[in-house]
Design a protein around this ligand. Structure first.
Ligand code: C2E
Ligand code: MG
Ligand code: MG
Length: 276
């Protein structure tokens, strides 16, 4: 049974999808070693005329539940790959991160489809990273074959929102991920709590030990950025750096960011780093 409110939302979403009224915004991810722009994460946006902006956390689960997720994924991937090519033509050479619902990975031929799409838009597969969050019903370990196929094609794989779901250390070791994204939940009280700092540092060290690159999500303060840098976290993403941007705002943002970066990292927060 689908609730009345959800039915209206689902109907509106399907119409927005068919009539090309969704768009993507791109959130920068920067190297915490030197501040350079490493990649952008494509995030779907739906601004409905009547309802206003609707969060993906409301409509993505509906799309998953009612058979629209593959359409959303294919539209989004095509749009993001086309945008990558436009940036590349302007001399912006970055990786593209794209969120994939675990449900889309059920089809064994999905990696071939993604590869064909990359080829159609002249995007080297090494420039694409798929971000996966473990669904409540489907442990990622069941998707081992599909994930391995992506890696054979050179496509990167990130485990998103790490630490909030079922994702276990054992799965991290067994599955062919290239990147771990620490959920922003762990960053929120990292400044105040020694335990939280210890957890974040342990996740970073563990991921590095397994050969994964680490991204911290939800970097909102200068203190968090400096601390993560000291912990050798590789990549930062969050409102301190930038919210998700319209494609034409990326280059102006980066020009400003390059001026901001040296001022951010010259501040030190040594005493806060103590773990014992
Ligand atoms: P996610 O992949 O973990 O994306 C990060 C979310 O955190 C985004 O929310 C982003 O706007 C938000 N965020 C970024 N920096 C900060 C920060 O410093 N503080 C806080 N509080 N939040 C921050 P958004 O855009 O609402 O997306 C929510 C989730 O929806 C995403 O989580 C992802 O799981 C899903 N999603 C978004 N776009 C797509 C898509 O195209 N396809 C699929 N399947 N899922 C998508
Ligand atoms: Mg993500
Ligand atoms: Mg996330």
């Amino acid at each position: 049974m689908i609730a009345q409110g959800d039915l209206g939302l689902l109907d509106g979403f399907e119409r927005a999808l068919i009539n090309h009224r969704l768009h993507l915004a791109y959130q920068p991810k920067i190297s915490l070693a030197d501040g350079t722009l490493k990649r952008v994460e494509a995030l779907v946006r739906w601004d409905d005329e009547a309802l206003g902006a609707i969060a993906p956390s409301r409509f993505v689960p509906l799309a998953e539940k009612h058979g629209l997720i593959d359409k959303l994924t294919q539209w989004g991937l095509r749009t993001a790959l086309r945008q990558w090519r436009a940036w590349h033509a302007e001399g912006i050479d970055i990786c593209l991160a794209f969120n994939i619902s675990a449900l889309s990975l059920d089809q064994l031929d999905f990696p071939d489809l993604v590869e064909r799409m990359c080829r159609a838009f002249d995007v080297p597969t090494e420039r694409l990273v798929l971000e996966l969050t473990e669904g409540a019903t489907q442990p990622l370990i069941k998707l081992m074959d599909t994930l391995t196929r992506f890696r054979i094609k050179g496509i990167g794989l990130a485990i998103d929102d790490f630490g909030t779901g079922y994702s276990s250390l054992m799965q991290l070791r067994q599955l062919p991920f290239t990147e771990l994204k620490i959920d922003r939940f762990f960053l929120t009280d990292m400044i105040r709590s020694k335990d939280s700092r210890l957890i974040v540092r342990t996740m970073i060290d563990l991921a590095h030990g397994l050969g994964l690159s680490v991204t911290a999500e939800g970097v909102e303060t200068e203190e968090q950025l400096v601390m993560l840098r000291d912990m050798a976290c590789d990549v930062g993403q969050g409102y301190l750096i930038s919210a998700a941007l319209a494609p034409d705002k990326l280059a102006p943002w980066y020009a400003e960011w390059k001026k901001r970066w040296p001022k951010l990292v010259e501040k030190r927060t040594e005493p806060m780093l103590a773990l014992d």
